[in-house]
Design a protein around this ligand. Structure first.
Ligand SMILES: Cc1cc2nc3c(=O)[nH]c(=O)nc-3n(C[C@H](O)[C@H](O)[C@H](O)COP(=O)(O)OP(=O)(O)OC[C@H]3O[C@@H](n4cnc5c(N)ncnc54)[C@H](O)[C@@H]3O)c2cc1C
Ligand code: FES
Ligand code: FES
Length: 481
């Protein structure tokens, strides 16, 4: 029989204490144990959004709500939290989001509809999301529909955002206003009070103090790969303890490896260090995946096209690793020994990621090419940190993903660029050095030849984007001909 864990959570408007296998996903709990079947099982891989729920967590006596895909969300993490399914958004009358879906014909078979309504509502609840078309697209970036077509769904969402804009704009907290506007049920108003009554606890160990399952951070890779197995084990759930924001001291930025992509991108310390981080983040996965996907998980999953890993390589990140034999520090670029092979023992944890705070004249750029603009894995991605003084390159660190068995730091190219002139001819030579460092293979994301071309374009683009006054796109294109 599965080892279970006792957790207390607020499920919609009901405070519940339940015994659950910690690795059971919230979707199965909702549908199979609570008969709350509004959350749908579509892909069970985080791709379709039909299972989207909203999870609220206490932060400074306020509840902070974020959307998550319940098919990848382990129940063991939900102690002390507010789990809101589509049923928890229902009221006596339709909410403005639900009404707009009806009025605009935003639903046909209805399978994706609960997920869209939950995602749109989550977007309305988050004060950082603009009440505009852009905000609506951000909120629904993780939802797919296979029969209605997106035009009417988008019209519905935009209508709801427009209708509620006067009630919400300028509000520090939108929850109260949404309740007054009958866009959220009243049970949201005393959620903080109810969550405060649940005793917090330290990380939970299984009764025999031995985990029988994997280390799980956000679970966005693991539940896709081992979703059937994990509920039968007692996994080590890293997110049971609170995660602190990034810290900067003595020119070094330190960040908890469990930080989600969203937390990383919205952190003021990170935004100062990487000014375009929010723009980059929007091109990775979808909002409900980014609220879960962690930096440590991205690094340890060891995909050659891991997006954040590519960026961290160019930032010269180091990993602080803890295990039975103590603490050690490993440069990220030395962490990969081969395809999906890490310089790490099974029980070792990456606790922290740190990198030098970029100096004022170090410029950073990251980009990826994928078949779809959002919610797609890169064919090739690349990042660069380049420091120039006048027309001389002082230092350039360039990374590439999708062109070798592991995410790659282009050390030879970086050495070639150091001290070279900032010119189209240097870029041209650097591109041929880079071509000798990579070994792409043909796969579903593109042929080896195509990936070589993408690598060339992405590296050249770093220089054009970072030094527009010195390097023009036309001059680089001319040199590349
Ligand atoms: C729909 C979807 C879209 C996606 N899109 C993208 C994308 O655009 N770009 C991209 O790069 N990735 C994407 N991913 C992949 C995934 O979201 C990321 O790789 C994510 O960073 C994994 O982090 P996690 O916390 O969810 O890892 P988990 O699934 O929890 O763990 C992954 C691996 O890392 C290990 N691990 C996790 N944390 C630690 C730690 N601190 N110490 C030691 N080991 C650890 C786990 O044991 C496991 O082996 C996508 C995934 C999905 C489902
Ligand atoms: S079922 Fe598709 S994202 Fe969860
Ligand atoms: S209404 Fe059928 S999948 Fe969207």
């Amino acid at each position: 029989m599965n080892q279970t864990l006792q957790i207390t959570l607020l499920l919609n408007d009901e405070l519940l204490t339940v015994d659950v296998p910690p690795g059971m996903v919230a979707l199965d709990f909702l549908r199979k144990q609570r008969q709350l079947t509004g959350s749908k099982e579509g892909c069970k891989e985080g791709d379709c959004g039909a299972c989207t729920v909203i999870v609220g967590e206490l932060q400074n006596s306020q509840v902070r709500y974020r959307p998550m895909t319940s098919c990848l969300l382990p129940m063991g993490e939900l102690h002390g939290k507010h789990l809101v399914s589509i049923e928890g958004l229902n009221m006596e009358q339709l909410s403005p989001v639900q009404s707009a879906m009806v009025e605009c014909g935003g639903t046909q078979c209805g399978y994706c509809t609960p997920g869209f309504i939950v995602a749109m509502t989550a977007g309305l609840m988050d004060e950082t999301i603009p009440l505009s078309e852009k905000g609506h697209d951000f909120a629904t970036s993780g939802n797919l529909c296979r029969c209605t077509g997106y035009r009417s769904i988008k019209q519905a969402g935009q209508q709801a955002f427009r209708t509620l804009e006067p009630d919400l704009s300028g509000r520090k907290s939108r929850i109260k206003a949404l309740c007054s506007a009958k866009a959220l049920p009243k049970h949201f108003l005393d959620a903080a009070e109810k969550l405060c009554c649940i005793p917090q606890r330290k990380q939970i160990l299984p009764p025999d103090s031995e985990y029988t399952g994997p280390i799980v951070a956000g679970g966005t890779d693991l539940f896709v790969q081992k979703g059937e197995e994990i509920p039968d084990t007692f996994p080590q759930l890293l997110n049971q303890k609170a995660i602190s924001p990034a810290l900067e001291s003595d020119g070094v930025i330190r960040i908890d490896a469990r930080s989600s992509f969203e937390a990383f991108a919205r952190d003021p310390v990170i935004q100062e260090a990487i000014p375009n981080i929010l723009k980059y983040n929007d091109l990775i996965a979808s909002w409900p995946i980014r609220t879960r996907a962690s930096l440590g998980g991205n690094i340890c999953n060891a995909s050659p096209i891991a997006d954040m890993t590519c960026l961290l390589l160019a930032l010269e990140a180091e990993l602080v690793i803890f295990g039975d034999s103590g603490k050690r520090i490993v440069p990220l670029q030395n962490f990969y020994l081969g395809y999906k092979t890490l310089a790490k023992k099974g029980d070792e944890l990456i606790a922290e990621i740190r990198f030098p705070k970029p100096k004022r004249n170090e410029r950073i750029n990251w980009s990826k090419v994928s078949k779809r603009k959002i919610l797609d894995i890169a064919s090739v991605n690349s990042a660069a940190k380049i420091e120039a003084e006048g027309e001389t390159i002082k230092q350039a660190i360039i990374s590439l993903g999708g062109v070798a068995a592991t995410p790659l730091a282009l050390n030879q190219t970086s050495r070639f660029l150091q001290g070279a002139s900032l010119s189209s001819s240097t870029i041209l030579e650097a591109l041929s050095v880079a071509q000798n460092e990579i070994s792409p293979i043909s796969d579903v994301r593109g042929s080896a030849i195509y990936k070589r071309l993408l690598a060339r374009q992405l590296i050249a683009q770093h220089f054009v984007n970072l030094f527009p006054d010195t390097i023009s796109e036309e001059a680089v294109c001319e040199a590349l001909r």
